[in-house]
Structure formats: structure tokens, C-alpha cells
Design a protein around this ligand. Sequence first.
Ligand code: AMP
Length: 143
Amino acid sequence: MFDKILVAVDLDPEGAELLLKKAQSLGSGEVWAIHVVEPQFVQYSIDPTFTGALTRAMEQDAISAARARMKEIFSGSGIPPERQLVTLGRPAERIHEAAEAEDIDTILIGSHARKGLRRLLGSTANAVLHDAPVNVLTMRVPE
Ligand code: AMP
């Protein structure tokens, strides 16, 4: 069940570290990590190209920044770069797709974000649980 674990992270370093430690304590299996960048919707009124080019440019910037952050967070973790996934889309959908594509047995996810508005919502964990193609383990992440 824990041969291949996919840890879903929101790029909060302390939350990611807790999840990573938990994943590593579950056995000697392969640990993967994923962060999903949510699409940006720039109002047409402020996109001078009216083509969505500004939106795409912002998304590319967000993806590059997320990749850099993942690298920082997971440096020294033993997770090689090819197992640090960064994709664009709806988090739950992309996490499910990655789990299937990489033949993951268990997704490990925090019950809530640690800080800010997201902490109140707790929506990612619920969405990942719903219709998950593999086992999902939620870990309570303290404030
Ligand atoms: P939330 O439901 O947004 O409060 O977040 C709960 C957990 O979902 C976090 O602790 C992370 O494990 C995971 N998570 C949240 N946002 C993302 C994201 N954009 N990409 C991957 N995992 C995420």
C-alpha cells in the first residue's frame, strides 16, 4: 500500500515537511511530491492583448516560481527532481491524474492548509477524497 506515495503540497514549507516526514515514516517506498498551480484569470479589461496572453504569461511565471519553491523545499529530502511534479489545473483533478499516470498506491494530503483563508476552506482534501482512483491518507496538519 505504501510502495509509491504521492504527497500533495501547497508550498508551505512547514506543512510540506510534516507531510514528507509522515510519508517517509510509512515505509521504504518511493515518495513523490506534487504541487498544482491553480489557473489565473486575468480580467480582459487589464489584459491589453485581449487574447489571454497576459493570463498565460502569469501562469508560466507561477509554474516557474512553484518549481523553484519545490526544489527549495525538497532539497536534501532524497526526492529526485523527476519525482517533484508541478502542473497547472484544478488540484484534485491533477493529483488524481498524476496518481494514475505514475502508478501511485497512496496519496498523502494535509487535512487543511496551515494558514490563512485556505485553512477555513479545507477544500482540497475533500475534493481529492472524492472519486480518488487510489487510497488517500489525510494527515491533520496543526496550525
Ligand atoms: P486545503 O484543502 O486547501 O486547506 O489544503 C489541504 C491540503 O491539500 C494541504 O495541506 C496540501 O496537502 C494539499 N494542497 C492544497 N493545495 C494544494 C495544491 N495547490 N497542490 C497540491 N496540494 C495541495
